[in-house]
Ligand binder design. Structure first.
Ligand code: GLC
Length: 577
């Protein structure tokens, strides 16, 4: 199960034509193969697709997407080649944080449908071999959750200790200097009992006290509830924040202020406490006790590879911790991607890497990585990067269409509370949560209603599923093609991954090789606006012929390894022999 860190370096040539220096290659030694066996759990080969249910498809015209809407679009997801959907919270909620403030963990919010709708979604998805992953918001509840209502009702209520209550330091002074991720103090005074409760996020999102065994039991039951209903696993929200320092040490203050006007702070005493891992082990035991290999995906915005690696445990914690370092490179830097891809590929836990670029908290990759001129081509380059490495890829709805971030124009239109507080420096997350762009009809086919929760971006006229499904050169068909290659080409499905270790800021190139079949594929990504002519000697990989079959683009069908020409921000995927 575990792979030792690898260090062997082989020699290989990979150069811009005309100068042919030798470059070093970072390659796996034979004794530590990364080849995945036919017994791999499904999630190692899955393409995971995040759905923000408010914005995917509205089935009843109220302007908000719902579960039946998702069910009605499963055919589209199947056609694209998706294996699993992660649906962000659809549970009863006052919607302060659009579902991440949960009032009841084991029910469906009527605005998203009913439990029967959920069951139907799971069974219809299953018919198409699509699994359903549920969001598990472990760190905090809504202040409207019955647990919190009881907890705040008196100091001696049996549920008082289910949340983190403390006395102030002095009159009008919170217990310490901890700040909320969403601005202002992380402590709010509850006057009737004259104590402060802790909330890492909004005031309306009190943190659960995970030191309390009753909380643990209640939350484990939540997992079992959804597994019993057919969930294929969980995406665990804000997992590194489950515990706080019981001694309430002040966090170190850093220079400067953030978009909300608060001092910058290192969340030293509230992030990544070691106790988190005890709980992750319990989560894992629960999913492992169910058939079908349910998966745990963690929101792990870990600051470095060593914290990310800890999330895997000894293969007894999270199977797929999301890698935020790769998501947030935020520029087309071959050197940075190469380093980070190698780093996680080499993780000492032997864990399966899990990448993404966009999600409901991140500005969309179309504009974040786009240069303003070649954005569609760059969207295809990012798709290649996401879908051709060894990692399990995670997509965000609409990225396959080239949906872009569309921020509100006026402060009064902002829905996300952090956007109101941070305006105009931080406009919040509405921009990446706009309705899915299905077609050119009313509301881009998202809703028949007249009152959408967020407006449809103007780009829907051109970038929509209906138009792109028909256009062979669309971003959609590019994703579809690469997803299908990932499934059918042995090297892309099972292969080891070796970065061609040349110190080039501009071109990222790697080899995937399936050691069982010897199938070998070269992937080249030109991260610049200039044409590149490149030469590769892949003899170290057992490659004998100096020409290969171009899988992408389809023509010309043969390319010479002595002179591969890659257009600005272009990609090449070449099967070599
Ligand atoms: C996670 C969610 C984000 C939410 C926060 C608080 O980061 O992805 O949308 O606001 O947790 O629940």
């Amino acid at each position: 199960m575990f792979r030792a860190a690898r260090s062997t370096l082989l020699l290989l040539t990979f150069s811009v034509v005309l100068s042919i220096p030798e470059y070093r290659v970072h390659a796996a030694p034979p004794e530590t193969p990364k080849t995945q066996s036919s017994y791999d759990p499904w999630w190692k080969h899955a393409v995971v697709y995040e759905i923000y249910p408010r914005s995917f498809q509205d089935s009843n015209g109220d302007g908000i997407g719902d579960l039946n809407g998702i069910t009605s679009r499963l055919g589209y997801l199947h056609d694209l080649g998706i294996d699993a959907i992660w649906i962000t919270p659809f549970f009863p909620s006052p919607q302060v944080d659009f579902g991440y403030d949960i009032a009841d963990y084991t029910a469906v919010d009527p605005q998203f449908g009913t439990m029967a709708d959920f069951d139907r979604l799971v069974s219809e998805a299953k018919k198409r071999n699509i699994r359903v992953i549920v969001d598990y918001v472990a760190n905090h509840t809504s202040d409207q959750n019955a647990w919190f209502k009881e907890s705040r009702s008196s100091r001696d209520n049996p549920k008082r200790d289910w949340y983190v209550w403390r006395d102030g330091k002095g009159p009008g002074e919170p217990p310490n200097n901890w700040y909320s991720w969403f601005g202002r103090s992380a402590w709010t005074l509850d006057s009737p009992t004259n104590q402060y409760y802790y909330h890492y996020f909004y005031v309306q999102q009190p943190d659960l006290n995970w030191r309390n065994p009753e909380v643990q039991r209640a939350m484990y039951d939540v997992m079992r509830f959804w597994l019993n209903r057919g969930a294929a696993g969980f995406r665990i929200d804000a997992v590194s924040r489950l515990f706080e320092d019981p001694n309430l040490h002040d966090d170190p203050i850093l220079p400067g202020r953030n978009a909300y006007g608060d001092p910058n702070i290192e969340h030293k005493y509230t992030d990544n406490l070691p106790e988190v891992h005890d709980i992750l082990k319990e989560f894992r035991k629960i999913v492992d006790s169910y058939p079908g290999n349910p998966v745990l995906i963690s929101e792990a915005d870990q600051p470095n590879i060593s914290e990310l690696t800890k999330m895997y445990g000894k293969n007894d914690e999270i199977q797929l911790p999301m890698d935020f370092q790769i998501a947030d490179v935020n520029k087309l830097s071959a050197r940075d991607f190469r380093r980070l891809l190698n780093e996680v590929d080499d993780n000492s836990a032997g864990g399966q890497p899990h990448y993404f670029f966009s999600n409901h908290d991140q500005r969309r990759q179309w504009d974040r990585y786009g240069d303003g001129v070649h954005n569609d081509q760059i969207a295809k380059l990012m798709a290649t990067l996401l879908l051709t490495t060894r990692a399990t890829p995670q997509m965000y709805y609409g990225e396959e269409l080239g949906m872009r971030t569309t921020d509100p124009v006026r402060k009064e239109d902002v829905k996300d509370p952090v956007g109101k507080l941070g305006w105009p420096v931080d406009k919040g997350r509405d921009g990446e949560r706009t309705p899915m762009q299905w077609d050119k009809s009313k509301n881009a086919g998202f809703s028949s209603g007249n009152n959408l929760w967020l407006p449809v971006p103007p780009s829907a006229a051109q970038y929509n599923a209906k138009a792109e499904v028909r256009d062979p050169n669309s971003i959609f068909n590019f994703y579809k093609k690469i997803i299908s290659l990932r499934r059918t080409v042995p090297a892309l499905r099972n292969g080891d991954q070796t970065m061609l270790d040349f110190d080039d800021q501009n071109v990222l190139a790697y080899v995937r090789k399936d050691t069982k079949t010897d199938d070998t594929v070269l992937v080249v990504l030109n991260m610049t606006a200039q044409n590149k002519s490149l030469k590769f000697d892949l003899s170290k990989f057992g490659v004998k012929e100096n020409s290969g079959n171009s899988l992408v683009p389809a023509s010309p069908s043969k390319v010479s390894l002595d002179n591969i020409s890659v257009e600005p921000f272009g990609v090449k995927i070449v099967q070599v022999h």
